[in-house]
Write a protein that binds this ligand. Structure first.
Ligand SMILES: Nc1nc2c(ncn2[C@@H]2O[C@H](COP(=O)(O)OP(=O)(O)OP(=O)(O)O)[C@@H](O)[C@H]2O)c(=O)[nH]1
Length: 392
């Protein structure tokens, strides 16, 4: 599909940047426009693949943001975006909407800009365009504490109510204890970009391609059209005789070899099973999905109709739905065979339940602290009037 991509806030912008990097390295043609919106000037300098003129600073005149971010305050994030909506609209005007099938807004839900400004941006897009608007939302880790969980629980409701589909990425599930936070994020963003671009970029070629069974943008959009929360599974295996991948693309590839000697059909079946049973972007009970879609991407010689059909049947049983679409994404010269599986409208998602509980606890704690503070201030004023130390 042809996509307009918008990153809101720090993490959202980094994800968009990685998507553009991965699509360039793999000669795909997905993001027709990449725009990033932020309240922090320093974060706007981070992307390597988003043109300078497509980086928008909002809230630089706002009393609390002043170009330094909103410090995790979701209310300020939303307010700033509402105040600067004309500027945001002008940036949308530069998108050639006839060139895109859908818009993807990427944001993290734990900070203040992504969680607050993200829903404002989405509402505006929905007002301006008829095309579907999808979101990619990063969920905060449990170790980050109550405030990010509260932001996420609040903003998740606004995201899900207003997008055509919400693809979730759970930082907790992808955190590695052996890495620094920075290394961890870089790896997670690569993994996420690989999944998003392999899925959404399927069937998009610069040159016309004649192949049977090619995945179509309308199939992907139909699977996403549930209005719910989605999760993506992925697995990849190197193609025999492919040149050793050097440099940047090698870092994106976390391929695992499958047993040699297996037939192409068995190889595909095994790969699709591995995609569903390995780490999903959002851990969930796959049988709770409403619809599913399989994309098989790799050199045409590796694609097998029989393999794809038997994998489709396996997912039909696994997910317990007849709504499973499957298609190929032939890529001449690709050095790996990859399977990506989209599980749409999943409802059994333990991490989202846990975030909601963490948010309720955090809200109770904040309410309790506020009540204690008010009581203390009252005591000070009534009992110790005149005894408060001045600041200077
Ligand atoms: N997956 C991933 N998560 C990130 C990354 N950077 C930050 N996060 C997560 O995002 C949340 C913080 O959100 P940010 O995007 O940094 O903040 P923001 O939306 O710009 O908002 P403010 O900083 O409050 O203005 C935390 O939950 C982090 O764990 C990243 O590169 N990748």
């Amino acid at each position: 599909m042809k996509l307009g991509t918008i990153g809101v806030g720090n993490a959202g912008s980094k994800v968009v940047d990685k998507m553009v990097e991965f699509e360039t390295l793999t000669n795909r043609s997905l993001c027709r426009d990449a725009l990033v919106i932020n309240t922090a000037r320093t974060d706007l300098s981070k992307p390597d693949h988003v043109p300078e003129e497509r980086r928008i600073l909002i809230g630089d005149t706002h009393q609390k943001a002043k170009g330094h971010g909103v410090g995790g305050d979701v209310e300020v994030g939303a307010e700033v975006a509402k105040n600067d909506i004309d500027e945001i609209r002008r940036a949308f005007d530069d998108v050639d909407i006839h060139e895109v099938d859908a818009i993807l807004v990427c944001a993290s839900l734990g900070g203040g800009t992504g969680s607050g400004a993200g829903p404002v941006v989405i509402n505006e897009l929905q007002k301006m365009y008829d095309e579907p608007v999808y979101a990619l939302g990063v969920l905060p880790g449990q170790f980050e504490g109550g405030r990010p969980a509260l932001n996420a629980a609040r903003s998740l409701q606004s995201f899900v109510a207003n997008v055509d589909n919400f693809i979730a990425f759970d930082n907790d599930a992808w955190r590695s204890k052996d890495q620094t936070v920075g290394e961890g994020y870089a790896g997670m963003n690569r993994e996420l970009a690989t999944r998003l671009v392999t899925l959404l970029g399927a069937g998009e070629y610069d040159e016309p391609t004649v192949a049977e069974n090619v995945m179509d943008a309308s199939d992907i959009m139909r699977t996403l059209d549930t209005g719910g929360i989605s999760s993506i599974g992925y697995a990849s295996t190197p193609v025999e005789d492919a040149d050793e991948e050097e440099g940047l693309l090698g870092r994106f590839r976390e391929t695992e070899a499958v047993e040699s000697g297996s037939t192409p059909a068995a190889k595909i079946n095994g790969l699709v099973r591995r995609a569903v049973n390995s780490r999903l972007t959002l851990p969930c009970e796959s049988s709770s999905a409403d619809r599913a879609l399989i994309v098989l991407s790799g050199p045409p010689s590796e694609l097998s109709r029989k393999g794809l059909e038997s994998a489709r049947e396996w997912i039909e049983d696994e997910v317990d739905t007849v709504d499973v679409l499957a298609g190929d994404d032939p890529r001449e010269g690709a050095s790996a065979l990859s399977a990506v599986v989209l599980l749409s409208n999943v409802t059994e998602t333990p991490r989202i339940d846990a975030i909601q509980q963490q948010a309720v606890d955090a809200q109770d704690k904040i309410a309790h602290q506020d009540a204690v503070r008010e009581e203390e201030i009252e005591d000070l004023i009534t009992d110790d009037q005149g005894k408060i130390d001045p600041v200077l």
